[in-house]
Ligand binder design. Structure first.
Ligand code: IPE
Ligand code: IPE
Ligand code: MG
Ligand code: MG
Ligand code: MG
Length: 295
């Protein structure tokens, strides 16, 4: 998948430049807050959500800055979710992207505020009129990202994740929780490409069905990596899901069956993209990358 690796690297580089210019410089009376925001956003992360925006937009021949801007917005939102996810009151994790977690490096209060400040920044940059999306598209992007982030999206999923610890939840309930906590932002990333590309209804629906399966697969792979002790490669604490009794499909089904589910999800997701023919190659290859990733 050399073509995919190159494409992911190119999107990551473009998004990094965009993020560096969007984020406030570490100066002024709030320099420490700005420093924390830059610390958590820049120089790390696979940027797979930004890549999803770009790859989907590419299927609809979108040109210009818009996919990079929307990709930067979702990466800001995602970074905020990670900062809060690592807090002592949530997953109590010490390591993120190979560095001390934000609250370890800057203290808990600054980490909370850095997350709080990254969130509105994501919406503000999507609302700006300077990147080639018209007013209606910008409104759709902002509204969709808000819904994906809120209590019926990522935040709601994060609450369910905490509630589910040691509760013996079944397959459907765990999958529903994971589709929210991880799937919602992944779904929005694909949705953004369809909004920018003015996709027709059947095409947009096919992409969103793909995204739903990808989101679930993404978290199953994350849970497998946590359990397999891949901490050095992932740059995160590992093994903690089991210690605290996180509800995961891997715990419920075992590693072998979880691995089979990943292949089933991939096959179904790929079929959903049949209508695009060769135009879907990047998204198809990306699914394989996500379910085999080591970091
Ligand atoms: C980590 O996401 C959190 C999950 C939803 C599993 P990523 O694995 O995409 O993290 P980065 O952005 O590459 O650090
Ligand atoms: C994803 O779940 C959480 C978010 C929505 C931020 P995890 O708690 O498993 O993510 P990691 O393993 O800490 O990256
Ligand atoms: Mg968590
Ligand atoms: Mg976590
Ligand atoms: Mg995890």
């Amino acid at each position: 998948m050399a073509g995919l690796d190159q494409a992911v690297a190119a999107v990551a580089a473009a998004v990094e430049v965009e993020l560096a210019s969007i984020l406030p410089e570490a100066e002024g009376p709030q320099a420490r807050l700005h420093e924390a925001m830059r610390y958590v956003v820049l120089g790390g992360g696979k940027r797979l959500r930004a890549f999803l925006v770009a790859a989907t937009a590419e299927m609809f021949s979108v040109r210009g800055l818009a996919p990079t801007r929307a990709g930067a917005a979702v990466e800001l939102l995602h970074a905020y979710s990670l900062v809060h996810d690592d807090l002592p009151a949530m997953d109590d994790a010490l390591l993120r992207r190979g560095k001390p977690a934000c609250h370890v490096a800057f203290g808990e209060a600054t980490a909370i505020l850095a997350g709080d400040a990254l969130q509105p920044l994501a919406f503000e940059v999507l609302a700006r009129p300077d990147y080639g999306a018209d007013a209606e598209q910008r409104c759709q992007l902002v509204r969709g990202l808000a819904a994906s982030t809120g209590s019926l999206g990522m935040c709601g999923g994060q609450l369910l994740d905490l509630m589910a610890e040691k509760q013996g939840w079944g397959l459907e309930a765990i999958a529903a929780m994971q589709r929210l906590k991880t799937g919602a932002l992944i779904r929005w990333s694909c949705e953004a490409g369809t909004v920018l590309g003015r996709a027709g209804t059947p095409e947009a629906a096919a992409v969103l069905d793909y995204a739903d399966d990808l989101g679930l697969a993404y978290q199953i792979r994350d849970d497998l990596l946590d359990r397999g002790g891949a901490g050095i490669a992932t740059g995160k604490d590992s093994g903690r899901d089991r210690t605290v009794g996180k509800a995961t499909l891997v715990d419920l089904l075992g590693e072998a069956e979880a691995g089979r589910r990943l292949l089933e999800l991939r096959d179904r997701a790929v079929r959903r993209l049949d209508i695009f023919g060769d135009r879907a190659t990047l998204l198809i290859d990306l699914f394989s990358l996500v379910i085999s990733r080591k970091s």
